[in-house]
Ligand binder design. Structure first.
Ligand code: MTE
Ligand code: MO
Length: 408
């Protein structure tokens, strides 16, 4: 018992600590605390429910947590037991304000520049649609998903489990487009995608632009997508056209993509050179540190949340292998002392998709710590503990992602 009590406490401590750090980190928050004479935690608890931003007003407000106008998270209990995350439940993360709706008014007219191939070209979406088409079901997950569990208080959105979803992308495989343009030029090591945001004037573009480089080994799985879950790709998720790299963290999936270049080296845009790099706490980002590219195996339980009745219960969750196929997922109701293999639900949508899972189990009244642990086809299992790192990236710890449950 003491093991899961301790786990539950440390997760709660992590949340309140990072919340405190958030307030401490913001002068405005401190000022208002002082003026109103309230304790920081009661301010946080009384924050009004934020409204959906205009560009995402079509989201289901009961399914998402609005962290800010640029960051919406899927609620843990809105992840559901289906393979595909409904588009109106899918999380949103914009590093820059979203472009105006006019860019999706005439999607077929959108232009994509392709460089670093033997015949560089500018192709419209209408032309891309004639080159080929494929659908892939893939997990989209932010690098900072699970940041909330880090205790050193990394800045950035305090994502819990819901900066992730599993969706169907439809578009043309990038390799087909490249083949049509004479193949990749010799010596090119990276695929560099550039986002179509209009950058605010007066700032060095390199410091704000969304431009990401990923190794050319991803060419086999890259797709230029114009549909999300069988509908025209909405602006919110990168319409009219998005570079999708299944198996890679969200940031590599460049929205409103305006250029794809095969390059000798990685872009020197800040989001690549020093952003999205794994390094020790207190260390600055630099190009020689690991970049947030391939995702590792991960799972978490979704329901029941907090309370359940005694007797038969269905413990639900989701599990995925990241860049490798998923092998299996186990569930523990005693904080990781004993494990039972869960049953994978729903159709297998392939290497990059997640599988909802369920464990049917009889629970007597009491306190439980429910955790899940997935492994991939290469024998990699989710670690018990997260890898501590400055920005709170890549949390796949099974211990952090558990749920404390009271059965009565
Ligand atoms: N052009 C562009 N692409 C982008 C971003 C962005 O701000 N601009 N954010 C990235 C990040 S950090 C993530 S996690 C995903 C989020 O995708 P979503 O908003 O469709 O969920 O998009 C990525 N692609
Ligand atoms: Mo992200």
């Amino acid at each position: 018992m003491s093991t899961f009590k301790k786990n539950a406490n440390s997760a709660a401590a992590a949340v309140s600590l990072s919340r405190r750090n958030l307030l401490v980190g913001s002068t405005g928050a401190i000022a208002s605390v002082g003026l109103m004479g309230l304790a920081p935690l009661s301010i946080a608890a009384e924050e009004p429910k934020s409204a959906l931003p205009d560009y995402a007003s079509w989201k289901d407000e009961n399914a998402v947590i609005v962290h800010s106008a640029n960051t919406l998270e899927t609620r843990r209990d809105a992840i559901g037991s289906g393979v595909v995350t409904p588009s109106n439940h899918l999380y949103v993360r914009n590093n820059l304000p979203a472009p105006g709706n006019e860019i999706v008014a005439d999607p077929d007219a959108w232009e994509l520049r392709i460089e670093g191939v033997n015949t560089p070209a500018t192709l419209t979406l209408a032309e891309l649609k004639k080159i080929g088409i494929e659908s892939v079901t893939a997990v989209l997950q932010c690098s900072g998903n699970g940041r909330q569990f880090f205790t050193h208080g990394p800045g950035g959105t305090q994502w819990g489990v819901g900066a992730a979803g599993c969706v169907v992308w439809t578009g043309v495989p990038l390799r087909d487009v490249v083949a049509k343009l004479g193949g990749v030029k010799d010596g090119m090591e990276y695929i560099t995608g550039t986002g179509g945001e209009t950058l605010p004037a007066g700032l060095d573009p390199k410091t704000i632009m969304v431009e990401r480089s990923i190794p050319t080994r991803a060419l086999d799985q890259a797709i230029l997508a114009w549909e999300l879950n069988d509908e025209a790709l909405p602006l919110t998720h990168g319409g009219p056209l998005r570079l999708v790299i299944p198996g890679y963290y969200g940031v590599n999936n460049v929205k409103y993509v305006k250029q794809v270049a095969f390059t000798e080296s990685q872009t020197d845009a800040k989001i690549q050179a020093s952003g999205y790099r794994i390094r020790d706490v207190g260390v600055k980002g630099a190009p020689d540190q690991p970049s947030m590219w391939e995702m590792p195996v991960k799972s978490w339980v979704t329901t029941p949340l907090e309370k359940a009745g005694s007797g038969r219960n269905m413990i639900h969750g989701v599990a995925f292998g990241g860049n490798n196929p998923l092998d299996k997922v186990e569930v523990s109701i005693d904080g990781g002392s004993n494990w039972l293999e869960a049953r994978l639900l729903g159709p297998d949508m392939g290497r990059f998709a997640w599988r909802p899972f369920v464990l049917a189990i009889d629970l007597a009244p009491g306190e439980y710590r429910i955790v899940s642990r997935a492994s991939d086809s290469e024998g990699n299992a989710q670690p018990q503990e997260r890898t501590e790192n400055e920005r709170g990236y890549g949390n796949a710890s099974w211990s952090d992602h558990g749920l404390s449950l009271t059965v009565s």
